[in-house]
Design a protein around this ligand. Structure first.
Ligand SMILES: [Zn+2]
Length: 117
């Protein structure tokens, strides 16, 4: 949120709260946006240095790297899970095959003896 005092001075201000002393104040929006974009600090009215240690671009680059690592981990997990799924499906298939074989043996009619002539 910006405060427009432009009617008087042509300056947009961004309200801030000092994280150290809690002072509420405002700095020129251009300054705030520049610090946000490029990193850098300013001082609250009580002299505490506040601002952004990293530029927005640095933050975004770090986030991109984090997401790339997460993606890699998820891909690895996906491959492992697919392998487990394939193994489980093979076991199910083998069991079903064995059950079918056993059912055939159980339901198979016993051989009738040929009558002697
Ligand atoms: Zn302060």
């Amino acid at each position: 949120m910006n405060i427009d005092i432009g009617a008087v001075s042509g300056v947009l201000l961004t309200p801030c709260v000092c994280p150290i002393c809690g002072a509420v104040y405002a700095i020129p929006t251009l300054t705030y946006e520049s610090r946000r974009k490029n990193g850098g600090d300013w001082y609250c009215p009580n002299g505490h240095s506040v601002g952004f240690a990293k530029s927005r671009a640095d933050e975004l680059e770090e986030r991109v790297s984090e997401l790339a690592r997460e993606k890699q981990d998820l891909e690895k997990n996906r491959k492992e899970l697919l392998k487990e799924l394939n193994n489980a499906q093979q076991k199910v298939f083998d069991h079903e095959k064995r059950i079918a074989t056993l059912e055939k043996k159980v339901t198979k009619k016993p051989k009738q003896e040929k009558p002697e002539v």
